[in-house]
Design a protein around this ligand. Structure first.
Ligand code: KIV
Length: 257
């Protein structure tokens, strides 16, 4: 997969994307044929025990991106720019993206933010860095927003989301993620822009869907967002395996001669 293939999927079939943070799960997701493996900064909450994504650093992102890239997946590997790094001066932003690509092995970077970051994104794309946009709920702004909510309920917010999407398309993003956006607004954005609009908690009318792998696998020990469909029972299986192992050792049923 490359960014050109992803763009070509618009209007052909829905794009399937999920997050990956390590080689083991990345391999399983890739073998099932997902189109995009996003090394999200959700690594902070799903793997690293932080209570938000804000604590995640560039070095952490490079470390996890490299683990995913090492399996040499068919899917497009996209690495998240962590909190704050997109607001450095341009040279520093470029260097952060360069490291995610050169040291992490990512094929593209994801940057949270719309219109405000369009100029920076345009410069990055002009320098050869493919960018996946991200609008609607921006988890990196959680300290400003104060919590999670749906976006695009008011006419004003709907207008500004459409403007964000158009600005990112004009800046050269190869696709945009829309998180927690009213279904009708997502539909409008999907119809308005020519690049894929990939939803998460944004209804069925997008060009594709992305879910956090821990959530869709049922690997989360935390409550998952209401829009998530849990497709597996991984945490139950893992707990059962640990319990069975403990029992076998204590009862001296493992190991045998
Ligand atoms: O970090 C992440 O996992 C994300 C998804 C929620 C799209 O940004």
């Amino acid at each position: 997969m490359n960014t050109k293939n992803i763009k070509a999927l618009k209007g052909y079939r829905p794009i399937v994307a999920t997050t990956a943070y390590d080689a083991v799960l990345a391999k399983l997701a890739d073998q099932s044929g997902v189109d995009i493996l996003l090394v999200g900064d959700s690594v902070g909450t799903t793997q690293l025990g932080f209570n938000s994504t804000v604590q995640v650093t560039l070095d952490m992102m490079i470390h996890h991106t490299a683990a995913v890239s090492r399996i040499n997946p068919n899917a497009l590997v996209v690495a998240d720019m962590p909190f704050g790094y997109s607001f450095d001066d341009y040279e520093t932003i470029f260097n952060s993206c360069r490291k995610l690509i050169q040291e992490g092995g990512a094929s593209a970077v994801k940057i949270e933010g719309g219109l405000k970051l369009a100029l920076t994104i345009q410069r990055l794309v002009d320098s050869g860095i493919p960018v996946l946009g991200h609008i609607g709920l921006l988890p990196q702004l959680i300290k400003i927003e104060g919590g999670y909510r749906k976006f695009g309920k008011s006419a004003e917010e709907k207008k500004s989301l459409i403007a964000d999407a158009q600005a990112l398309e004009a800046a050269g993003c190869f696709a945009i993620i829309g998180e927690m956006i009213e279904s009708e607004v997502s539909k409008k954005i999907t119809e308005t822009i020519k690049i894929p609009f990939i939803g998460i908690g944004s209804g069925p009318y997008c060009d594709g869907q992305i879910l956090v792998s821990n959530d869709l696998l049922g690997f989360s020990t935390e409550k998952v967002p209401s829009f998530v469909q849990i497709f597996g029972k991984v945490s139950e299986e893992v707990s059962k395996a640990f319990n069975d192992y403990k029992k076998a050792v204590i009862e001296r049923n493992y190991p045998n001669e």
